[in-house]
Design a protein around this ligand. Structure first.
Ligand code: AMP
Length: 208
């Protein structure tokens, strides 16, 4: 089985590519989506996680790792695409140790800081199917509803400019450590993320 690890700054299109692969039968695991599901519940853990997400910081490694472990163990027969994990070197080590039975493929999506801000502030998500949109690319009278399922689109709490800046800081601080762990064992496939999703998807398919 394959395990595709999508690395890249917030807004580089990891989620979009993971959704496209999901349509081809891959199991999509988005730690951000799993955490937002928890935030929508009403308990002590959800309150704590909500505060961390709203500040653009990282949730504890053990909490996030338990979430993806459960998904992986429940889907042993599927190729997996990871969107949002690992986010630091410790998580990268946890993953390598745990995913011994998988062919791990690493993709690093590259995007400039200016483009990251632009994309994240324009990002909207379908409340129902989680499909991701850029409102600047939607027809002017269609910025509120999902083209796929007709549900309402929303803006993530952490897609506000000051939080995005913090998320970029966290990414820039952690990415070298992650790459250092991976590059001894795996090839790092760099992909230019400043292109239309279909083009990037084609390149990813060539890599995998
Ligand atoms: P994302 O949807 O991938 O942009 O993630 C949204 C937020 O969820 C991040 O800014 C973090 O606060 C949290 N998060 C997602 N993945 C992880 C992870 N692997 N480790 C820690 N926190 C995470």
């Amino acid at each position: 089985m394959k395990m595709l690890v999508l690395l890249g700054p917030p807004g580089s299109g990891k989620g979009t590519q993971a959704h496209l692969l999901q349509q081809q039968g891959w199991l999509r695991i988005s730690t951000g989506d799993l955490l937002r599901d928890i935030v929508n519940k009403d308990n002590e853990l959800s309150k704590k996680i909500k505060t961390i997400l709203a500040a653009g910081k990282l949730v504890k490694d053990e909490i996030v790792f338990d979430l993806i472990k459960e998904e992986i163990l429940n889907n042993k027969d599927k190729d997996i695409v990871l969107d949002g994990f690992p986010r630091n070197a410790a998580q990268a080590k946890m993953l390598i140790k745990f995913a011994l039975n998988y062919d791990i493929i690493i993709i690093l999506m590259k995007l400039t800081d200016a483009e990251i801000i632009k994309r994240n502030t324009a990002r909207r998500i379908c409340k129902n199917c989680q499909r991701i949109y850029n409102i600047n690319l939607l027809p002017i009278n269609q910025t509120n509803v999902c083209i796929e399922c007709g549900s309402e689109l929303y803006q993530r709490n952490d897609d506000k400019e000051e939080v995005i800046r913090e998320r970029i800081n966290v990414y820039n601080k952690e990415i070298d450590g992650i790459l250092k762990i991976f590059k001894d064992k795996y090839k790092i496939n760099e992909v230019d993320a400043n292109r239309p999703p279909e083009e990037i998807y084609k390149e990813i398919n060539d890599i995998i």
